[in-house]
Design a protein around this ligand. Structure first.
Ligand SMILES: [Ca+2]
Ligand SMILES: [Ca+2]
Length: 344
């Protein structure tokens, strides 16, 4: 064996490739796991979009806030859906469709031609999926598929093939922690560990087969009590996490903003911590944050859009440069605010 290897090495020595390079295959290296920033790109932004959609988990309504004229005075309209309890919502720019987690019937549903819906319309789903989850929460879209979080213990993901006319079962995954917020970026998945301060990363999620799914990395966020929502803006490399504090307190919420996110997450490393020094926190009496359950951050619009469940509000913040007790630049009552998505 050794002799034959030497012969191979001798042959390589005569070629352009050195034997040193080849021999690394036989020596285990320190395996350093890290987030692949190239894989975390997000789909092209919809330059014409200006609408923010907000789910409610008790009103049977979807709030639509159009920020075409800026974030301080959006025009609002309301759509009615034929179920009361909804959570995760995602916009599909390729089809102008909205997918929403209907919790009343435990189904993912689609609404086609959503941008044409008018204020006050009762909209009917153009597609409904099979019931493969029992306690649906957040949803995320990738490659014509939507993943729904099943908030059971331990957590599950249900994945579906989707278009505006058909939703069919694709895969299901068992995760070893309770999950709330999720987002697919590129080929990878980010997930919030509910009832904890950890942010998990699943590399190459798009390739994962049904069954047990182990996170690639998990990082603690210092100072964070209990996370629900997350959103990553790949164009600006900003991650925002929501901190609901105590679920029973309506005025102890916060938003955590992490800039230069991929480097910061990699520097913390699996099992490590992102310290308060590497975070910007929005918290305090002026913020109107109690249980912020879902969030979208968009640096191009200099905005963070928040579904604030405890105070039954939809809030918009500017992205701050430092920790602040900032007031939202827009605040409006929206009963049962449970999730948020944008068409941009
Ligand atoms: Ca709270
Ligand atoms: Ca969301």
């Amino acid at each position: 064996m050794k002799n034959s290897l030497l012969i191979v090495c001798a042959a390589f020595a005569l070629s352009l490739t050195s034997c040193d390079t080849e021999s690394t295959d036989y020596t285990p290296q320190n395996s350093f796991t890290e987030v692949d920033s190239k894989a975390s790109r997000q789909p092209a932004t919809n330059l014409n979009g200006s609408k923010v959609y907000v789910s409610s988990n008790n009103s049977g309504q979807i709030g639509v806030y159009d920020v075409a004229d800026g974030n301080t005075m959006p025009s609002m309209s309301t759509l009615n859906v034929p179920y009361a309890d909804a959570d995760g919502v995602v916009y599909d720019a390729n089809r102008d469709a909205l997918y929403q987690v209907n919790r009343s019937d435990s189904k993912l549903v689609a609404f086609s031609e959503i941008s044409g819906a008018m204020d006050g319309d009762m909209i009917s789903p153009s597609a409904m999926g099979p019931s493969t989850f029992s306690n649906g929460r957040e949803a995320t879209l990738y490659n014509n598929k939507v993943v729904v979080v099943d908030d059971v213990s331990p957590g599950k993901f249900s994945s579906y093939h989707v278009n505006d006319e058909n939703i069919s079962d694709f895969r299901s995954y068992d995760v070893d922690f309770e999950v709330w917020g999720i987002q697919v970026t590129g080929k990878d998945l980010w997930a919030i560990e509910d009832a904890d301060n950890k942010l998990a990363y699943f590399k190459d999620f798009f390739r994962a087969k049904s069954g047990a799914l182990a996170s690639t990395m998990s990082v603690s966020i210092e100072g964070l009590v209990r996370t629900h929502g997350l959103n990553y803006d790949a164009n600006s490399d900003i991650m925002v996490l929501t901190d609901i504090g105590s679920a029973g307190s309506a005025d102890d919420g916060a938003l955590v903003i992490i800039t230069d996110f991929i480097n910061t997450y990699n520097a913390a490393g699996d099992g490590g911590t992102i310290s308060l020094d590497d975070q910007i926190r929005i918290e305090g009496a002026s913020t109107e944050l109690g249980n912020p359950v879902d969030v979208v951050v968009n640096a191009a619009k200099n905005a963070i859009y928040v579904a604030e469940r405890a105070q039954n509000k939809f809030l918009i913040f500017e992205i701050p440069q430092d920790n602040c007790n900032c007031a939202p630049i827009y605040s409006t009552e929206f009963m049962g605010a449970s999730a948020v998505t944008t068409d941009f």
